[in-house]
Design a protein around this ligand. Sequence first.
Ligand code: GLN
Length: 283
Amino acid sequence: MSDFPDIPPGISLADALRSAPLDALENRILIGHALQLTRIQLITQSERLLTAAEATQLSALLRRRLQGEPIAYLVGEREFFGLAMQVTPDVLIPRPDTELLVELALERLPLQGKALDMGTGSGAIAVAIAHTRPDVAMTALDVSEAALKVAASNAQRHGAKVDFLRSDWYAALGEVAAPYLDLIVSNPPYIVAGDAHLSQGDLRFEPIAALTDHADGLSALRIIIDGAAAYLKPDGWLLMEHGYDQSEAVRKLLAQRGFAEVQSWRDLAGIERVSGGKLPRAS
Ligand code: GLN
């Protein structure tokens, strides 16, 4: 369905919900957003009539959705790890599967540990960790200034203490006298250049630099793995999300760099989605 008749002014909320062109759930979300009404208010105020301005605004929003814009960008937020995260087209929309990365990180972070999130985007991972574990010293970096603004607003919104840094992977961290991190996490761009998914669904509207390395899909993962030892303390963990078919390649890269306990974990769909390893103590 590419178009639909405008929502007429004076229509009741109940009729608007019935006649809007999306499925029931999406109609509810977008009408609630356009009219600033909660799910409960949508029910209790079902007799309420839409003003002309509301009807126009709603029609425009529905039309954008029909053209494929992700719901999260239209309403400006998406829930991640139980927290409402602000999202804009400058950042990837947080995926439920990425909560696995947060859980694995939380299990491994020592009390008052130091953690780094590389390519933080919306800040979802870093904010979820820092919100759950206020004892942790959390740093998050991204090369995109626009993404860092969104991430900082999410940290503030949830009272999470995160230090943000603009950096092209490790570049701005510079040389350090001694490794100081207990954990590095990252959900980097890992989709192979030209993959059909990039031109389908929500991905068409997401920042391309957050999705693909424009190469074999492993180049960002390689940079992260190759640089980690300079910053990770002995026994420190590196955990990375990757593509559905990359776990073997990522485990191999980790093993080549001397990581121990190299393993992969499955996402909600049962696919190996996160791999990681522990930096051994020098012998
Ligand atoms: N998981 C995302 C997707 O396939 C990609 C995220 C990423 O490249 N880091 O839709």
